[in-house]
Write a protein that binds this ligand. Structure first.
Ligand SMILES: Nc1ncnc2c1ncn2[C@@H]1O[C@H](COP(=O)(O)OP(=O)(O)O)[C@@H](O)[C@H]1O
Ligand SMILES: Cc1ncc(COP(=O)(O)O)c(N)n1
Length: 265
């Protein structure tokens, strides 16, 4: 049977981030993609021009439409902009017997805030304990744990805190915002792995976090182990950045054709 993955996230009409990036990633990795919209965002490579949130009750209705009818082998969430929506997502995800990937989206690459300031407590209380894996970048991890992160050791401590204190099953701290090689740290409560790739000299990184977490979700839906899922997804996102598109007037989008092209599939 085909593996089926669900994304619960906001939109990007310019096609680089959010649900659009997630569905492209699912498709390229051979997974049947499904999507629930939290917020319709007017955005492009230069920034966010406007947002229009779904009522939380309609978010619930969308997830029910999927889970009452379709198999769900893995689920991810991206932008969940309000406390009410976080509660609705938690209530629904509790009924889904499948790996749950949280990409704790807080700001767009452009610096625009994508969630309510008060949402952090709800995240910690209801969502993080449900996570099979959570994938914060460094600024997101700093907000979650409340201390600043400078070194790889700090990244390890953040991952450990998110697992042992906040209750996620695993945490992947992404180092895209550091200097030097693109280094991410994964901890699953007992084992560590550091994933590295060469830093690609490009400004076209719109949607990298969405792409990475969607690839992890796709791999988990196919039954890969957590560590293999991150390994494959790191290769996927690195290829997508290496061949990213200089489209638009700002930070261009990742290239979802790159992974298969580099493997001549
Ligand atoms: N210029 C780059 N070259 C190679 N890899 C990168 C680059 N920028 C980010 N990455 C990688 O892309 C992934 C997404 O990371 P990051 O940019 O930190 O997330 P986000 O998009 O959530 O801010 C990580 O694996 C990170 O190491
Ligand atoms: C709807 C939505 N979700 C997430 C992001 C963050 O994207 P990135 O992967 O570049 O951090 C975004 N810009 N828009």
């Amino acid at each position: 049977m085909i593996s089926c993955a669900l994304t619960i996230a906001g939109t990007d009409p310019s096609g680089g981030a959010g649900i659009q990036a997630d569905l492209k990633t699912f498709q390229e990795l051979g997974v049947y993609g499904m999507s629930v919209v939290t917020s319709v965002v007017a955005q492009n490579t230069t920034g966010v021009q406007g947002v229009h949130h779904m009522p939380a009750s309609f978010l619930t209705e969308q997830v029910r439409s999927v889970r009452y009818d379709m198999p769900i082998h893995a689920v991810k969430s991206g932008m969940i902009p309000t406390v009410d929506m976080m509660r609705a997502v938690a209530d629904q995800v509790e009924h889904i017997d499948a790996p749950y990937v949280i990409d704790p989206v807080m700001v767009a690459q452009s610096g625009d805030e994508l969630i309510e300031e008060s949402a952090m407590e709800m995240w910690k209380e209801r969502l993080i304990p449900l996570a099979t894996i959570i994938t914060p970048n460094i600024p997101e991890a700093e907000k979650i744990i409340g201390t600043s992160i400078h070194s790889v050791e700090d990244m390890r401590e953040a991952a450990e805190h998110i697992c042992t204190v906040l209750g996620a099953s695993a945490a992947l701290i992404k180092g895209g915002h550091r200097d030097g090689e693109a280094l991410d740290v994964l901890y699953d409560g007992s084992e560590w792995e550091v994933f590295t790739a060469e830093r690609i000299d490009t400004a076209n990184t719109h949607g990298t976090g969405c792409t990475y977490s969607a690839a992890i979700t796709a791999c988990l839906s196919q039954g890969h182990s957590l560590f293999d899922s991150v390994r494959i997804s790191k290769e996927y996102v690195t290829a997508a950045i290496r061949e990213s598109f200089s489209l638009g007037h700002g930070s261009g989008p990742t290239n979802h054709f790159a992974w298969r092209k580099e493997r001549s599939i």
